[in-house]
Design a protein around this ligand. Structure first.
Ligand SMILES: *[C@@H]1O[C@H](CO)[C@@H](O)[C@H](O)[C@H]1NC(C)=O
Ligand SMILES: *[C@@H]1O[C@H](CO)[C@@H](O)[C@H](O)[C@H]1NC(C)=O
Ligand SMILES: *[C@@H]1O[C@H](CO)[C@@H](O)[C@H](O)[C@H]1NC(C)=O
Ligand SMILES: *[C@@H]1O[C@H](CO)[C@@H](O)[C@H](O)[C@H]1NC(C)=O
Length: 598
């Protein structure tokens, strides 16, 4: 039997020999050379490939192509012209990695055999029919250019070789078998007579056994990395910057979808919920959340810093987190521990019925928002695996009180309409007020107890255009600069008139999640740090915020929830559809209909 080696296969025969890898391939095959064999992401690293000293690029003609920004080189089909030295040079910051491949193209191969990992492999070799067999043939495995190792069938002294067996000693048929093939068995094997005459060359490709889809979290159920430097001076400003950037990003998304209506949200609550989720997120989900909340990748101290921030704010803003989960779910113990450690949240089981669970969640929300938000969820679906909640409540009194006499005044709306509203009024209020050129707004700062302030930015006129002009300029940097600028100013006596307001706003969190680049949460989140048995998907996210300006001060609160369920594919026929009632037995249609108005 002679199998012609005309094939185009994906093969990766790599024999590691210190820094240079020798690869022997057959013409017509496809060769993929990775720049490095370890699994790391080199973001922004510059990779250069050369062939016999000439630089290769993605546009290079010929069969060698640089792929994925240089992460690997693909040669397809391999021809004799591809023989030579390939060099991959990776440069990142102060580091340089060089990888060399020496490629030999060998047309002398008799057999190409493809096997599945774990199976038994037959390597054929025959003495010529009429020759005399005085000694068994010798088998070698090629280890790169000019190097090979002897296979000694049945020789137990040589470690692994008990998997190798010569089937018919001293027979014309010198076929050997290799049992329980492993990936490393791939390569080129030579069979030679004792006199050194080549009898056969076999090229072995080992393919990964098709295994049932392994649990997605295998090997990933690790805790969040410890914060190595809790006293680092950079951790706190890093989180402050992230928060400002995240907050203004949210504001810009929200004002886009609500260009002229009332608007209110609590970035710190949304960020608190996402950070808590981040604690259990791994892989791409973790990266996506890190990007969404604007924290640098692998900022291990993010949870520690969130805890510090929560403690720092405690005199004015109370933040609470909670996780309710399906009793059938096995939450990872390290996640539970870290959840308590960083978010003071001990995951709690959902109750038997939807009504009980709904009530439990809504009372938690009411309790954590000082009864200002009494209702957030309507029901808890039986498929719900986990609900993550974050609630904040804020209470601050004016440092300078307003007049106690009830007053009313006219508020001019964007469309010019006037509404009569109750006012907060003071003839000589001590406040910081200035025109901030960068924002094109008149800004006033009202000091509150608990070391916080209310800033009010007043556009130049009551038009949408001038409102949007101010909002458009409110980047995180501009806002932080404004705060700094206002802090250096001294207060003056100002006649202040503010409307008494009571805002209650529920932005569409599902859209917001998508705008934050977290759409993948709806398709399947990698929450391997939290739960490893199956993928869960985000099925609903909500945010609700309220704020009241009263004679006493500012009362505000917000809740953020994210509810996850098992990743069943869903089908919802909650819109017009056509139906067929079919007899499977007779294979004929029985009824046909259409529903546009159920
Ligand atoms: C690659 O192989 C060629 C010829 O077989 C040899 O001359 C050269 O030194 C090898 N290069 C390396 C880096 O081993
Ligand atoms: C949770 O773990 C227990 C014990 O290890 C196991 O019997 C059970 O099947 C697991 N639950 C799920 C949903 O896989
Ligand atoms: C979690 O905390 C408990 C109690 O402090 C401890 O016994 C356990 O070892 C911890 N588990 C992990 C995985 O850290
Ligand atoms: C919240 O619950 C705690 C403990 O049950 C209780 O002490 C507190 O008064 C509650 N707060 C509100 C606003 O209901």
């Amino acid at each position: 039997m002679k199998l012609q080696a005309i094939l185009c296969l994906l093969l990766q025969l790599i024999f590691e020999l210190s820094s240079c890898t020798h690869v022997r391939v057959i013409p017509g095959s496809t060769l993929e050379l990775p720049c490095f064999s370890f699994q790391t992401e080199f973001n922004g690293a510059a990779i250069t490939w050369t062939f016999n000293g000439n630089v290769l690029s993605a546009q290079s003609t010929g069969s060698a192509r640089v792929k994925k920004d240089g992460l690997y080189l693909s040669i397809s089909p391999v021809t004799a012209a591809n023989e030579g030295e390939y060099l991959c040079l990776l440069k990142e910051n102060n580091m340089e990695v060089i990888r060399t491949y020496n490629i030999t193209v060998d047309a002398m191969i008799g057999y190409t055999i493809k096997v599945i990992e774990g199976s038994t492999l037959h390597l054929p070799c025959h003495f010529p029919p009429y020759s005399q067999v005085r000694a068994n043939a010798l088998w070698f495995k090629g280890m790169g250019v000019g190097k090979k190792t002897r296979l000694n069938p049945g020789d137990d002294s040589a470690g692994d070789n008990d998997r190798v067996e010569l089937l018919y000693p001293l027979d014309h048929d010198q076929t050997i078998i290799i049992r329980d093939t492993i990936m490393e068995d791939a390569g080129i094997y030579d069979c030679e007579s004792a006199e050194g005459e080549k009898l056969s060359t076999v090229y072995i490709i080992v393919e990964v056994a098709p295994t049932p889809v392994p649990p997605s979290c295998d090997g990933f159920i690790t805790a969040w990395e410890p914060c190595q430097d809790e006293n680092s001076r950079t951790g706190e400003p890093m989180l402050q910057e992230s928060m400002a950037e995240f907050s203004m990003k949210l504001f810009s998304y929200l004002r886009e979808s609500n260009p002229s209506s009332n608007l209110l949200f609590s970035p710190i609550s949304i960020s608190g919920a996402l950070s808590h989720l981040l604690l259990g997120a791994r892989g791409a989900t973790r990266r996506a959340i890190e990007t969404a909340v604007c924290v640098p990748h692998d900022f291990h101290c993010v949870h520690f810093q969130m805890k510090k921030l929560r403690e720092k704010l405690a005199s004015s803003l109370k933040m609470a987190s909670q996780i309710y989960y399906n009793p059938q779910m096995n939450l990872s113990e390290s996640f539970i521990n870290q959840s308590i450690q960083f978010y003071e949240a001990e995951p709690t089981r959902l109750l038997e019925t939807s009504a009980e669970s709904t009530q439990m969640i809504n009372s938690w929300v009411a309790n954590k928002t000082n009864n200002n938000i009494k209702h957030l969820v309507d029901s808890v679906s039986p498929s719900t695996q986990m609900i993550l909640l974050n609630a904040v409540s804020f209470s601050g009194q004016w440092k300078v009180k307003f007049d106690q006499k009830p007053k009313k005044g006219l508020f001019t709306k964007l469309d010019g309409d006037l509404v009569n509203v109750p006012l907060l009024y003071h003839q000589k209020y001590k406040a910081v007020m200035t025109y901030v050129i960068e924002l094109k707004a008149q800004v006033a700062r009202f000091a509150l107890t608990g070391d916080s302030s209310l800033y009010i930015l007043l556009p130049r006129s009551n038009t949408v255009a001038s409102l949007q002009q101010v909002e458009g300029k409110m980047t995180d940097i501009a806002v932080r600069q404004m705060i700094e600028q206002m802090k250096t100013r001294s207060s003056q006596h100002v006649e202040v008139t503010l409307p008494q307001i009571k805002l209650d706003f529920q932005p569409d969190m599902n859209i917001l999640i998508k705008k934050l680049g977290l759409s993948s949460l709806f398709e399947g989140a990698d929450l391997c740090g939290l739960y490893s048995e199956e993928k869960v998907v985000l099925d609903d996210a909500r945010h609700r915020a309220f704020l009241a300006l009263t004679e006493q001060g500012v009362e505000a609160g917000a809740v953020t929830t994210m509810s996850f369920s098992r990743s069943f594919p869903s089908f919802s026929a909650m819109r017009p559809f056509i139906m067929l009632l079919w007899s499977d037995q007779a294979n004929v249609p029985l009824f046909i209909g259409r529903v546009t108005d159920p």
